[in-house]
Design a protein around this ligand. Structure first.
Ligand SMILES: O=C(O)c1ccccc1NCC(=O)[C@H](O)[C@H](O)COP(=O)(O)O
Length: 224
């Protein structure tokens, strides 16, 4: 999996259609969030996901931590990929892979001010039971681990890329203006953005998505 562009936080079918038209590869659906404030119903997400065709695919973004719950929810939604944002035990990751070897599993690496060593250790521990890692940025003011719109120290992401035997998706405060430089500095296999692509109305802005996708593709092509 290489040179992939994901946009997370799909709100409805119209937004999903726009993301597909603008050639986003993967569409992320955060569901059953701890806040209880999902932006889309599970029924609506299931409907959108069933209509996506390769190279487009729906990805469940989840805080669930138990393998059986994750596997059951993925089956309900009809997704073939899941992004795990919670503190999932290694044994549960292993159990998920054993139960659903067909499921593409992304594990988040949430970058804080001082946790680079911890993240490197996590990469070593769980790389054999995930398919990809995704960085994200912690917000110390709110405790949020995703969709914070904040960038982090890209030298940490770059070190995680060098360390990981599995591909890494870079996320955390990316937008059309910084994604090309992020790709140059970090050399990820994929990029993802959420809040940096929103307009004032909280929906994804077509012009921002178009530029995010084209800037990402241009930077990936330069690396190749
Ligand atoms: O997208 C969400 O709403 C979300 C909520 C809670 C945890 C993770 C979430 N999304 C994961 C993503 O893949 C986001 O795109 C990623 O956090 C980057 O967000 P941003 O910094 O706003 O680009």
């Amino acid at each position: 999996m290489k040179n992939l562009v994901q946009v997370a936080g799909v709100i409805d079918a119209a937004e999903a259609a726009m993301l597909v038209e603008e050639k986003t590869d993967w569409l992320g659906f955060p569901l059953r969030l701890p806040s209880g404030k999902d932006d889309i119903s599970e029924a609506a997400a299931t409907d959108i996901i069933s209509g996506l065709r390769p190279p487009h695919a729906g990805v469940l973004i989840s805080y669930l931590t138990k393998a059986d719950e994750v596997a059951a929810f993925c089956s309900e939604l009809g997704v073939k990929a899941v992004q795990l944002h919670g503190d999932v035990e290694t044994a549960e990751l292993r159990a998920l892979k054993a139960a659903r070897p067909d499921l593409y599993v992304l594990k988040s690496l949430v970058v804080k001010e001082d946790n680079a060593d911890e993240l490197l250790k996590l990469v070593d521990e769980v790389a054999d039971c995930v398919d990809m890692f995704i960085t994200d940025t912690f917000n110390p003011a709110t405790g949020a681990k995703g969709a914070t719109g904040l960038t982090h120290d890209w030298s940490v992401s770059a070190e995680l890329v060098r360390r990981s035997p599995k591909p890494l998706m870079m996320a955390g405060g990316l937008n059309p203006d910084n994604v090309a430089e992020a790709i140059r500095q970090v050399r990820p296999a994929a990029v993802d953005a959420h809040t940096g692509l929103e307009g004032a109305d909280g929906r994804k802005d077509r012009a921002k998505v178009r530029r995010f996708v084209s800037e990402s593709r241009r930077a990936f092509a330069e690396l190749d």
